[in-house]
Design a protein around this ligand. Structure first.
Ligand code: PSU
Ligand code: MN
Length: 305
């Protein structure tokens, strides 16, 4: 294990990074706040296996006992999946958690930051955070967006979470200068929905093209993330009518319950899972799994030079 005072890099990850072999970072908020137990642990393990079968090394990232872990043991993964008091950690929470010796599950923003800091160049997640519906009144915009603007990594996602305002999120990504590539599509995917409703400027056809864009971004000093939006497979997507009906209920319940801040996204994801009888969970898992497989391909392409 390679260890700095604040960080533990798993042996396998450290060896791969030192040798320039492909590594894919995975987030941990999805384990603690995005998926129900016990499915969360099974999915976390499956995602690591997906990275491996794609020829890359998985590095699930989390904060444990006040230290950043880049690559978790199976026992650490299980501990995280079983705990119900782990903080959802965005970038701004990290210094506090480290100062206190606490645990934290990292969001897209925090995972991207920590992955890049450790030298990992590719990261897979489900749906990105973004601008919430009604943000003109609440100012609720995910810290994922400014983190993507300053973190030179590749993030493979299924577009923007469908609980959000996709059009507003696209505008913010444009303002923030974040390159956004549709994977074999010119439409912004909507997480559990194949089509989130907006057009994209750029479409790429394969992982090699993504790697080429990242390399050119690096050459140019473009320090934003390259975001790859891959639609969930059509046969795994959530039925749009069911999605819209349950989302309306979930948004109303969040408003009625006075849910704010970082509780909003976990509340809505949970309400969608319960309201669809688990169908949105299956679509979520399919999306993140497909993204993870593509992320491994991108990592392999980047490592190839
Ligand atoms: N995508 C998923 N499930 C999740 C999330 C994303 O499929 O649980 C998490 C990510 O960690 C993302 C976070 O960074 O939701 C966004 O939260 P917020 O809207 O509070 O920024
Ligand atoms: Mn928020």
């Amino acid at each position: 294990m390679s260890a700095a005072p604040e960080q533990v890099v798993a042996d396998e990850v450290a060896a791969a990074l030192a040798a320039g072999r492909p590594v894919v970072a995975l987030e941990s908020t999805i384990i603690t706040h995005g998926l129900p137990r016990p499915r969360n642990l099974a999915v976390a393990r499956d995602l690591e296996a997906t990275v491996r079968s794609g020829g890359a090394v998985p590095a699930t990232i989390a904060v444990l006992d006040g230290r950043v872990h880049v690559g978790l043991t199976d026992a650490e993964l299980a501990r995280l999946a079983a705990a119900d008091d782990v903080a959802k950690a965005s970038v701004r929470d990290l210094p506090v958690l480290l100062a206190r010796g606490a645990d934290g599950a990292t969001t897209v923003a925090a995972t991207a930051h920590l992955a890049r800091r450790a030298g990992v160049r590719v990261f897979a997640t489900g749906g990105l955070g973004g601008v919430h519906r009604g943000a003109a009144a609440t100012f609720d915009e995910s810290a994922d967006l400014p983190a993507l603007a300053r973190t030179p990594i590749v993030v493979v996602c299924a577009g923007v979470k469908s609980i959000l305002d996709g059009a507003a999120t696209l505008e913010r990504l444009e303002t923030l200068g974040v390159p956004l590539l549709g994977f074999r599509t010119r439409r912004l995917p909507g997480f559990t929905q194949v089509d989130g409703g907006q057009d994209l400027t750029w479409r790429v056809e394969d992982a090699a093209e993504v790697a080429a864009v990242r390399r050119r971004a690096d050459d140019l000093g473009v320090t934003a993330a390259v975001v790859v939006a891959r639609p969930v497979d059509a046969d795994a997507a959530l039925d749009p009518a069911l999605h819209d009906r349950v989302l309306a209920e979930a948004l109303a319940a969040a408003e009625a319950g006075g849910v704010t801040g970082k509780d909003v996204t976990p509340f809505l994801l949970d309400a969608m899972q319960r309201g669809t009888g688990g169908a949105s969970l299956e679509a979520n898992v399919a999306a993140v799994t497909g993204n993870t497989a593509l992320a491994a391909e991108v990592a392999v392409a980047l490592a190839a030079g």
